[in-house]
Write a protein of this length. Structure first.
Length: 274
């Protein structure tokens, strides 16, 4: 593996770690919002449990960033014959630093405000995050990476279901205005095609060998991530949104854990739900 690919491997896991770390604060804030608007105890408990899950996800991803740092002793031998390209250094340990949380929590003033954030970070973000993790898992070969991704997929699935259950409750409580907020936010995200997982930009000269090596350790190309998000994850979110709209925004059809049962098969280079 080239040094360029090695750096990308570390940076991709570091970016994923930072995203998981930020989710801890997001769920903590969400729990406060649920309390403010009188949500059922089960939804508040679910948000707090999800935050604990994200702590573990962040720890695992930071550990991978540390493991795959170009100076890590466990990978130094790969560059022993290429000292002109890379000089081994001491491995680093990556961990979160001070979080820019400000002086107070960012609590929505209205149900519509909470629903807008829920639809973007929860209904969209957690659903597509599950699909993206499944894409990583599909081609990963490293046992440690594969096991952590398996756990992440299972727990992110629970987070996605929690988000849609919360949306159903919010619509029941807030009515049509809340539903319109959720639909509008999701439609904006569909239009923008925003990537949930912000990846390191790839160099055009990434070799096929390097790309396969990255997949071995759970990192897939920006192109594959985008295709998975827009063509697979987006379709799934649209179907779940239709469930809301089919009943006029009065209530949300139960997901009943169906997100967890999605299976993936390779068709023309893309990963699609079977």
């Amino acid at each position: 593996m080239s040094r360029q690919a090695h750096i990308r491997l570390r940076d991709a896991w570091l970016i994923q770690a930072r995203g998981e770390h930020a989710s801890v604060a997001s769920f903590a804030n969400h729990a406060l919002e649920l309390m403010k608007f009188g949500a059922p105890a089960a939804l508040i408990e679910g948000a707090l449990i999800a935050g604990q899950d994200e702590i573990r996800h962040a720890q695992a991803c930071f550990a991978f960033a540390s493991r795959f740092d170009p100076g890590c002793c466990t990978l130094r031998h790969q560059y022993s014959e290429n000292q002109n390209l890379y000089k081994a250094a001491e491995g680093k340990t990556y961990a979160p630093t001070d979080f820019p949380i400000g002086s107070s929590a960012d609590i929505a003033e209205t149900m519509e405000g909470m629903a807008g954030r829920l639809s973007g970070e929860g209904c969209y973000g957690e659903t597509i995050g599950t699909v993206l993790a499944a894409r990583q898992y599909f081609t990963a070969k490293d046992p440690q990476v594969k096991e952590e991704l398996r756990i992440i997929i299972k727990e992110e699935t629970n987070h996605a279901k929690l988000a849609w259950d919360t949306a159903r409750w919010a619509i029941q409580k807030g009515g049509r205005k809340v539903f319109n907020t959720i639909r509008g936010r999701l439609e904006n995200l569909f239009a923008r095609g925003k990537l949930i997982a912000k990846e390191v930009n790839e160099e055009d000269n990434m070799s096929e060998e390097d790309a396969k090596y990255l997949e071995h350790f759970g990192i897939v190309s920006h192109k594959d991530f985008r295709a998975t998000e827009t063509k697979i994850g987006g379709q799934m979110v649209r179907k779940l949104l239709v469930n809301l709209e089919a009943v006029g925004g009065a209530e949300c059809v139960e997901t009943k854990g169906k997100i967890a049962k999605v299976k993936y098969s390779r068709v023309e280079g893309l990963y699609v739900s079977s």
